[in-house]
Design a protein around this ligand. Structure first.
Ligand code: NAD
Length: 301
């Protein structure tokens, strides 16, 4: 088993971002909107704040025990106007009634640092040459894949990240087990843009076993503890575990990690795999925001 050390890769990214924020004159600030006091959400949000602080990025938390669609829409419109907010995220799940996708459409695209609004998702699906945000979890997954590519073929380390991923993913069979707008859908677009052959499975898929058997890369984000074990996949498959489940044995992922110990698979651990990379890539999105959109309108007013 080859472990993909997400936490360590994330620490290197944060170190580089810290140097960048120290050099930058512009001060970055992230808004985080949280509704509901779910224990897991509180942990995710506090880790995001800690990481941001550690590299000199300010945060402002808008937390509500309860709220309504109209209140959050009003807050989104205010955050769009505020010049001191570089970008912001709506922490999911959002404990309110109403059409979440419609609500996300009010986020000004250039402040949508988690790439959830339809404009950013649409540009991604077009493989557009215009600038757009890609969700941080998807970028974290790409970091896991580029780490694996470099380790399998050290000569490819000289390539740019885009060329490296292009070379590595072209023609590979990639299976994504998740269909959400934050993971599965944008991830499928990224994989297609890199010329991979993509399958998307979900809880209504019949015969998941058949898809598992033929995939070179499996990215699973179901939250079903130990859904997949080593007998179901290729002996040298690359396995990216996005799922998080809290069980009596602690936090576990979608893959039965121990079952892969005598295989040639590459695998991310849970915890300390994709999670820290997701947070690091959110911060990278913030740092890239002004450069990406330079010359374009900076806020919605
Ligand atoms: P979601 O509920 O929207 O998605 C879950 C997906 O899993 C759905 O597509 C569903 O169809 C599928 N699924 C459920 N049971 C299945 C089964 N038995 N077989 C096949 N597919 C099944 O949730 P989400 O927000 O997309 O998050 C998914 C998981 O990823 C959660 O565990 C979440 O905590 C985790 N997550 C982790 C990170 C991270 O950075 N590590 C980021 C986002 C989400």
């Amino acid at each position: 088993m080859n472990i993909i050390p997400g936490k360590q890769i994330a620490a290197d990214i944060l170190e580089n971002l810290k140097k960048e924020t120290q050099r930058h004159e512009e001060k970055f600030k992230i808004g985080i909107v949280q509704v509901g006091l779910d224990a897991a959400t509180e942990i995710y949000v506090s880790k995001k704040i800690d990481d941001a602080r550690s590299i000199g990025i300010q945060t402002e938390l808008f937390v509500f025990e309860e709220s309504t669609y109209e209140q959050i829409k009003t807050l989104i419109l205010e955050l769009n106007r505020r010049l001191d907010i570089t970008g912001y995220i709506i922490q999911l799940p959002l404990a309110i009634d109403g059409d979440l996708k419609q609500l996300l459409s009010y986020i000004f695209p250039q402040k949508d640092i988690d790439g959830m609004n339809a404009e950013n998702l649409g540009l991604l699906w077009q493989d557009s040459s215009k600038p757009y945000f890609v969700p941080a979890t998807v970028l974290g997954i790409l970091k896991c894949l580029s780490y694996t590519a470099k380790n399998i073929d050290p000569e490819s380390s000289n390539l740019t990240e885009t060329d490296l991923l292009g070379q590595f993913l072209q023609g590979k069979e990639v299976l994504i087990i998740n269909e959400s707008i934050i993971v599965g859908r944008p991830l499928a677009a990224v994989m297609l843009n890199h010329k991979a052959t993509v399958s998307i499975c979900h809880k209504h898929t019949l015969g998941l076993e058949t898809f598992l058997k033929r995939a070179d890369i499996i990215i699973s984000a179901t939250g079903v503890p130990h859904l997949i074990n080593s007998s179901q996949v290729k002996k040298d498959a690359i396995l990216i575990d996005v799922g998080i489940a809290r069980t009596s044995q602690g936090v576990v992922g979608d893959f039965d990690f121990e079952s892969f110990s005598n295989t040639d698979c590459w695998i991310t651990p849970v915890p300390n795999g994709v999670g820290p990379l997701t947070r690091a890539m959110l911060l990278e999105n913030v740092c890239r925001a002004s450069a990406m959109f330079s010359g374009e309108k900076k806020n919605s007013v």
